[in-house]
Write a protein that binds this ligand. Structure first.
Ligand SMILES: [Zn+2]
Ligand SMILES: [Zn+2]
Length: 419
């Protein structure tokens, strides 16, 4: 009997772990610099934590959850997302009394039993953040600015932030009415599920993956006409703040996100190189969820990023993958200088992984070693270079080489990796 991992659930092997650890490390550093602290909730929750919040007519709840009964016949679910468990924990431990505005982040596995395909696994991993306790558009602006900056630190540049506002519960209802009217006329060509969705939860038609439904959704009315004055004001101020702080976004009128708890601001981050499954993250406001879970009435906003998708996206980016440098040296003198330079690079760029030769190997063998460790660039330090106090930096992707003064090696590396 040979065992295999469960379909859609993958081992992350030692040869692949570096990028994961680097993303996690970078995310922790970045999120903590914004004042977020980590929260870890269990994998298993009472099923109703999800059905009540995500919505019992959504795809996640009706088709994708790993739900089972334990020995005492309690219905348990493996978390399909991170926000509902955090709100459950926030209310259970009365965290609103700890600080009026709580900034939390999490990372870990989520579970959805979808058909496995590229970029979509049954056990997948998310990094997410939540700001609970603010109704202001500033919270939305800051969280979008933070996630945008973090994606850039990861090495992603080619991503798009799609932005919309669903408005408050009343606006959502008004929009649902308009949408229903539009879809009724097209009902005959919609898929079977969407015909039911029109009756039960019309917004979910807009998340349908069926090709005809996607076409129909594309020309559906946007939410903006249904926004009340305060909601429109909130959205306008958010867009204005993002524009002034130079965070790029694309207003997308019929973006609704596949979870019922969203109200007001919603956003989705896509990486066009990923094709059909191009979302690398998404988020939005959920101003009634804390109260729905028995907590105080308080605004909240958050997002989650899919780590597998980010890794796929990085592979498509010219500056993507891990920032690894290799300091190749020839001769004892060069070795000492090489160790000093490596130390300097590590200090100035804590995200960088820096290898040095510890075997007294030939240059050829060091270059091979650099390649095996996925080095983006190699700093070459030989006796000739040392004589003129210079080092050669080789960009492993473009094969370009430049000669720079020993003192300015870290600066030049920063330029190359875009840090
Ligand atoms: Zn409103
Ligand atoms: Zn459909």
């Amino acid at each position: 009997m040979k065992y295999k991992a469960i379909r859609g659930m993958e081992d992350i092997l030692p040869k692949d772990i570096a990028i994961w650890q680097w993303l996690e490390k970078t995310a922790r550093m970045e999120l903590e610099s914004y004042g977020y602290t980590e929260i870890r909730t269990p994998i298993l929750e009472d099923t109703s934590v999800f059905t009540r919040s995500i919505g019992d007519t959504t795809d996640i709840v009706t088709k994708e959850m790993y739900t089972f009964k334990d020995k005492k016949s309690r219905s348990l679910t493996m978390r399909p997302e991170g926000t509902a468990p955090i709100v459950r924990s926030y209310v259970e431990h009365a965290l609103s009394q700890v600080t009026p505005q709580l900034k939390l982040y999490y990372m870990g596995p989520m579970f959805r039993s979808e058909r496995p395909q590229k970029g979509r696994l049954r056990q997948f991993h998310q990094i997410g953040a939540e700001v609970i306790g603010s109704n202001s558009y500033f919270a939305d602006a800051e969280i979008i600015m933070q996630v945008s900056g973090m994606l850039k630190l990861f090495g992603l540049t080619d991503f798009i932030i799609k932005l919309n506002s669903l408005g408050c519960k009343k606006d959502k209802e008004a929009f649902a009415g308009k949408l229903k009217k539009y879809l009724k006329e097209k009902e005959s060509i919609l898929c079977k599920d969407c015909k039911t969705r029109i009756k039960k939860n019309v917004l979910r038609v807009l998340d349908c993956k069926n090709e005809t439904c996607v076409q129909v959704a594309r020309s559906a009315p946007g939410t903006s006409e249904s926004l009340c004055t305060p909601c429109k004001d909130h959205f306008d101020k958010l867009k204005n703040t993002l524009t002034k702080t130079k965070v790029k976004f694309k207003e997308t009128g019929n973006l609704v996100r596949g979870l019922d708890y969203y109200t007001g601001t919603v956003f989705e981050i896509t990486h066009p190189s990923l094709g059909g499954q191009d979302a690398i993250g998404a988020g939005g406001r959920y101003d009634s969820l804390v109260k729905d879970f028995g907590g105080p009435e308080t605004g909240a906003v958050g997002y989650a990023l899919g780590m597998e998708r980010i890794i796929l996206g990085l592979k498509k980016e010219p500056k993507g993958t891990l920032p690894v440098a290799y300091v190749a040296t020839l001769g004892d003198e060069a070795k000492i200088r090489g160790i000093q330079i490596a130390e300097k690079i590590r200090k100035e760029m804590p995200n960088m992984i820096v290898f040095t030769d510890t075997k007294d190997a030939s240059l050829k063998s060091q270059m091979r070693n650099a390649d095996k460790n996925n080095a983006k660039l190699v700093v070459i330090l030989g006796e000739d270079e040392l004589k003129i106090s210079k080092a050669t930096i080789r960009d492993m992707a473009t094969k370009k080489q430049i000669s720079v003064g020993l003192e300015s090696v870290p600066e030049e590396i920063k330029k190359i990796v875009g840090a």
